[in-house]
Design a protein around this ligand. Structure first.
Ligand code: C5P
Ligand code: ZN
Length: 477
């Protein structure tokens, strides 16, 4: 990749400016509050910011939040002269953030579609400000990584975490499920430092060490309905296809399979998915670039960057965000054991949620949207992952967007996903959902491909109709 695109120059100029700003505040003895989003990319971004500050000897506290409202509440309570740094959140709510901090300087390092007007006190680093697509080319963790690396070359060691963040945000959408654009630059940093290995293969987690059926059941990206989270089913699928799972007493791993066996496995899974009525578009999800963290022990859930992202996501979405941040910062030992147990439990819960979401009676179709209503059954903290997985198996088809809903205390959490075909036609979910949710007294935003909102419980039907109407208008354009 070349760096001669004008947008890259402008963006990297902002990166440098931000790193100088932070360094200058550190030298003045300032302390910081890092506020990050609680998904895999958010926790990765918070961890990178934390290590960056730790390395310079700065005082800081890191908090993760599940929504912008929570972030604003923290900002309003900030003591003394603490400087807030928002990572992977805030870019879509510039007005709210400016207002909450009043005259205090605030850093926003984000890749969400910018919305609202920032005050002069906001230093906002965001690829979108330079025409670089933040949904596809760089994650929140990637933005913070570039700032950290500009601040201190030692931070190049954090490059694998930025790759984990990008995969957590499903940015592996170029050819062969690869990362591209600025993400590719970060992958190169990691490979050059011997921290990462990139190979093409079937994308099952743990290709070099997990018994085949466990690798299949562990894989959550892509999510194979009925198989992910269910080892017994994975075992029957493999033996049904005719794949030998053992060599004498030793369990075989993916790396042991011949090319012919891999093809057999691939075709077998495709047949299985077709029997569930899932579209063939999922075929391309199963094979692609595997990003392996070479310094992680092979038997851990951190060796494959996609599984690392699943682990962080599980920590964030089950309220144990701090464990995820600590792991991404480099803590291991008993904390890693705990995080791995969290992921296992999360996988089981996800398998249940996906089974529920796949039932016909929980699905509703309007002209431009497919609605999956998780009601009180699917945890609102899990609905975002459910939406991503449903989208990865193509539940919305090529012409509609997906809206997945779950009840939260007094509101409904909405997670929206769009197929690539609609993005190519100019649909920007973040903007649409921001408009529709505001019309019903809610709040929303995000990227072209993935966005979310929170709406009042009583306004569900109205919101869905508004989304359908706004989609009709947009498609008409
Ligand atoms: O929650 P979910 O993962 O579905 O959100 C998709 C994207 O939309 C995320 O990047 C999130 O930050 C953004 N979002 C937002 N405002 C909301 C909810 C989600 O900007 N109220
Ligand atoms: Zn993100």
């Amino acid at each position: 990749m070349t760096l001669d695109r004008i947008g890259y120059h402008g963006f990297l100029g902002d990166v440098e400016h931000a790193s100088e700003g932070i360094l200058s505040l550190i030298s003045k003895g300032k302390s910081f509050l890092v506020i990050c989003h609680n998904d895999a990319d958010g926790l990765s971004s918070g961890a990178i910011a934390s290590v960056m500050l730790l390395r310079e000897g700065a005082g800081f506290v890191t908090r993760s939040v599940k929504s912008i409202d929570e972030a604003v509440a923290f900002l309003k309570m900030l003591p003394g002269e603490v400087i807030p740094i928002l990572t992977d959140i805030g870019g879509g709510y510039l007005g709210e953030v400016s207002e909450a901090v009043r005259d205090r300087p605030v850093f926003i390092f984000d890749h969400h579609e910018p919305m609202g007007s920032p005050g002069n006190n906001v230093l906002h680093v965001n690829p979108h400000l330079h025409g670089v697509n933040g949904a596809m080319e760089i994650s929140g963790a990637g933005v913070v990584y570039l700032i950290a690396r500009s601040l201190n070359e030692e931070n190049v060691k954090l490059s694998p975490i930025a790759v984990v963040g990008a995969l957590g945000d499903l940015q592996d959408r170029s050819d062969k499920r690869g990362l591209h654009g600025l993400n590719d630059l970060i992958v190169r940093d990691a490979v050059d430092k011997g921290l990462m290995n990139v190979e093409e293969d079937l994308l099952f987690y743990g290709r070099s060490h997990k018994p085949l059926h466990i690798a299949l059941a562990s894989t959550m990206n892509p999510f194979i309905v009925g198989i992910s989270g269910n080892e017994a089913q994975a075992y029957s699928l493999l033996t049904g296809i005719g794949i030998k799972v053992k060599d004498d007493d030793r369990w075989r791993v993916l790396a042991d399979l011949t090319e012919d066996e891999k093809k057999l496995l691939y075709n077998g899974i495709m047949k299985y998915l077709a029997s569930l009525g899932l579209p063939p578009s999922m075929a391309k999800e199963l094979v692609g670039k595997v990003y392996e963290l070479t310094k992680e022990e092979p038997w851990t859930y951190l060796r494959d960057a996609r599984e690392f992202a699943s682990l962080l996501n599980a920590c964030g979405k089950t309220g144990r965000d701090w464990i995820g941040i600590a792991i991404a910062m480099g803590c291991r030992g008993s904390l890693l054991e705990e995080a791995q147990m969290i992921l296992e439990e999360y996988r089981r819960k996800m398998a249940e949620a996906m089974t529920y979401a796949m039932r016909e009676e929980n699905r509703q179709e309007l002209k431009h949207i497919v609605v999956i209503d998780g009601g009180d059954v699917i945890d609102d903290l899990m609905i975002s992952s459910v939406a991503s997985m449903l989208s990865s198996i193509g539940i919305h088809g090529e012409e509609r967007i997906l809206l997945a809903l779950a009840h939260s205390e007094d509101s409904i959490k909405v997670s929206a996903r769009a197929p690539k075909s609609l993005i190519d036609r100019g649909i920007n979910l973040g903007k649409l959902i921001s408009k529709a949710s505001a019309l019903v007294g809610g709040r929303g935003g995000g990227h072209d491909v993935a966005a979310g909102a929170s709406i009042p419980k009583t306004k569900k039907t109205l919101f869905l109709l508004e989304m359908d109407r706004i989609m009709e208008e947009e498609i008409g354009k």
